[in-house]
Design a protein around this ligand. Sequence first.
Ligand code: FES
Ligand code: FES
Length: 119
Amino acid sequence: MIGCDTSNCGACTVLLDGRSVKSCAVLAVQADGREITTIEGLASDGELHPVQRAFHENHALQCGYCTPGMIMQAIDLLAENPDPTEDDVRLGLEGNLCRCTGYQNIVRAVRAAAGGASR
Ligand code: FES
Ligand code: FES
C-alpha cells in the first residue's frame, strides 16, 4: 500500500518479526527470511483480533485508509506497554496520520483493547 511515499503517514505499517515498521521504508532484501504480518493476517478462524474489534466497537475509523497501519502500530505499542495512558497512546501513534477521525476514538479504541478504557 502506498500512502505518502515519504515515510510520514504510517498507512503502510506492518509487523516485521513482530515489530512495527513502515513498509515503504524497508527494502525487500531487508525483509528476506523474516516474518511479516499484515492486517490481513490478524484475524483467525473468522474472529477479529482484539485490536481490530476495539476499533470497530469504538468507531475508530471513518474512511479506513489509515486503519490497517493504526492497528498494526497499536499492536506494537500494546506489546511494549500493555497498560498505556492516553498520552502513551498518542505518543505511540504519532507516526500514523488520520485525516478523518480527530484521533479521539482511535485513542479510546487502543485503550479499550488494553482493558484501560475506563481510566
Ligand atoms: S506510505 Fe506513508 S509511511 Fe509508508
Ligand atoms: S479514518 Fe480516514 S484517514 Fe483515518
